[in-house]
Design a protein around this ligand. Structure first.
Ligand code: OOB
Length: 543
């Protein structure tokens, strides 16, 4: 046996569901034993000649996608990528992203799904945490050359053996050269990790989320029950492809499960998305609130025909009722609010819910297997209608982060419930309203930024004595990032921005504003009082 099973199945890397619970999920039909690779193979048999994926350059029929995934799997194996190996995938919205993922799924290798915006700081952490053996990138995207960064990353990450480039490979291996003759191999086990998602979590280093074949395939199917798609549907992937929303809610994987077409937009801007909606007769699209707001504004005067649009999914951050109310009239489609997390649980408003529920709530859990508890600070259930901490477990919600035993003790209850960090209240219908957040993150238009991560880096600056990062309200993004800093001596915001950039921190995490102060307000137990800082940041903003 080449790959030690402990890396992919039951073992030290992730907490599987208890055996009796897993048996229950199988008996209930949630887990079918199908791997993600076999989901595509099935669609290729049923819908072979239909278009599976279209990007700015070309299209793939189901047969082509299935075949290319097999060819690329052979090529990946040829460069030494095997079952259980972790592979960092950092690609923009191109069809090859889908081919790469399915090639890895077929081998049983594990894509670590990063964002194009990530830089050395993030990628080196992710490499170290996952002991990744390979790094798959595009040559360049949005004015940034990933090959130059790959050199520095390879130097910092001893586990990395291979860099593979979509486009001009420079000194690396060209993805295009890895399409070889398909070979037979055993399928991965359905309980193996299929992919690692990134948490939008609150820790200094982002945590990896192990999603298994069984649970992720179910995530897509259960999503299809809330947002039905069929072979005639066209799904627009406007947000970045690797995000759980775009990939699996029902997203790319849901569309490919039923023979629908996925259209990949290079960016979510109306300039990119509207012509694609018109050209491909897109029926369903998924966006974050700031994008929805922009689309609503542009739709009023656009010359593009958006009449094919049936459903606009909005999620990732709270969508204000005032904006939600405009969707139907302005875009002529049904709004679906989506409240989800890469760790698992996804709530949807249903397409036939009342206008009131669609506008005012973030939906209800998609699966009958979802268990939801809303509790007070001492983990005691609160009555319906009272805000409390949202805890959840179920057939597609992880029981633990990847290689994070100590953190898992805090992030999960002893009974295996995931502590989402969200404060919600539940209506009698089961719909949830997200009212607040207990976790220490800023949700910047759907991009999650862990405050502690930025604080730690700032505190490495020789003239920063202490730093506290909070969100401040913003009409467009929902929140922006505000850093309160106690300096040692003279310091300017520019210096800190450059400092973060030099450390290779992704641009979206760089504070929008720095406020220099002499001291921080403290709580009764002597911790930095972020509630007070958030209030100050909001007051500054109002001024
Ligand atoms: C999605 O996933 P993540 O992992 O990037 O972020 C999860 C967190 C949630 O815990 C919550 O704090 C926030 O993002 N969130 C929302 C929300 N949707 C997500 N807060 C308020 N209203 C909403 N509608 O963001 C994600 C994953 C799958 C589907 C959709 C979104």
């Amino acid at each position: 046996m080449t790959a030690p099973l402990s890396l992919t199945g039951v073992g030290r890397d992730f907490t599987p569901w208890p055996d009796d619970v897993a048996a229950g999920y199988r008996a209930a039909g949630f887990w079918t034993g199908a791997t993600l690779g076999s989901v595509l193979a099935r669609s290729a048999r049923l819908h072979g000649g239909r278009t599976a994926v279209v990007d700015a350059v070309r299209g793939w029929t189901y047969q082509q996608l299935d075949h290319e995934a097999d060819c690329l799997a052979a090529g990946f194996e040829g460069v030494g990528i095997g079952r259980g190996d972790r592979v960092i995938v950092q690609m923009p919205n191109v069809g090859e992203f889908v081919v790469v993922c399915f090639a890895l799924f077929r081998i049983g290798a594990i894509p670590v799904l990063t964002q194009p915006a990530h830089r050395e700081h993030e990628i080196t952490h992710l490499c170290a945490q996952s002991d990744a053996v390979a790094y798959v990138i595009a040559d360049h995207y949005a004015g940034f050359d990933y090959r130059a960064m790959a050199e520095r990353i390879a130097a910092a990450c001893p586990s990395l053996r291979t860099t593979i480039v979509h486009g001009d490979p420079g000194p690396y291996i060209a993805l295009a050269d890895l399409y070889l003759e398909p070979v037979e191999r055993p399928e991965p086990a359905p309980g193996d990790i299929a992919l690692l998602q990134l948490s939008g979590g609150s820790t200094a280093v982002p945590k990896l989320i192990p999603r298994t074949h069984d649970d992720y395939a179910y995530n897509a199917r259960a999503s299809l029950s809330a947002c039905p798609l069929g072979p005639d549907d066209v799904y627009l992937a406007a947000l970045r492809v690797a995000h759980n929303f775009t990939l699996c809610a029902p997203g790319i994987l849901g569309a490919l499960t039923v023979g629908a077409t996925v259209v990949l937009s290079p960016s979510p801007s109306a300039d990119n998305a509207f012509p694609l909606i018109e050209r491909h007769r897109v029926t369903v699209a998924a966006v974050v609130p700031p994008v929805a707001l922009r689309w609503l504004d542009v739709a009023a005067t656009t010359r593009h025909d958006l009449s094919s649009l049936r459903v606009l999914q909005v999620g990732g951050a709270r969508f204000k009722p005032s904006a939600a109310r405009r969707v139907g009239a302005t875009l002529g489609c049904t709004l679906q609010q989506v409240f989800g997390m890469a760790e698992g649980l996804i709530c949807y408003t249903r397409l036939d819910d009342s206008d009131e529920l669609i506008v005012e709530t973030q939906g209800r859990p998609m699966s009958p297997g979802d268990e939801v508890r809303i509790v007070d600070d001492d983990d005691r259930p609160v009555p319906d209608g009272t805000p409390g901490h949202l805890l959840t477990r179920g057939p597609y919600t992880i029981r633990g982060y990847y290689r994070a035993d100590e953190h898992n003790l805090r992030a999960f209850t002893a009974a295996g419930f995931y502590r989402t960090g969200d404060i919600v209240r539940r209506l009698p219908s089961g719909h949830l309203v997200v009212v607040d957040r207990a976790k220490d993150i800023v949700n910047r238009g759907g991009e999650k930024v862990a405050c502690e991560e930025i604080e730690e880096i700032l505190m490495n600056h020789p003239r920063v004595h202490n730093a506290a990062v909070v969100g401040r309200p913003d009409d467009l993004l929902g929140e922006r990032i505000c850093a309160f800093v106690i300096p040692h001596g003279p310091l300017r915001p520019r210096e800190l921005t450059e400092f973060l950039r030099d450390r290779g921190v992704a641009a979206y995490k760089i504070p929008d504003r720095f406020d220099f102060v002499e001291e921080f307000p403290l709580t009764a137990v002597g911790k930095v009082d972020k509630k007070v800082l958030r209030m100050r940041a909001a007051q500054e903003e109002a001024r």
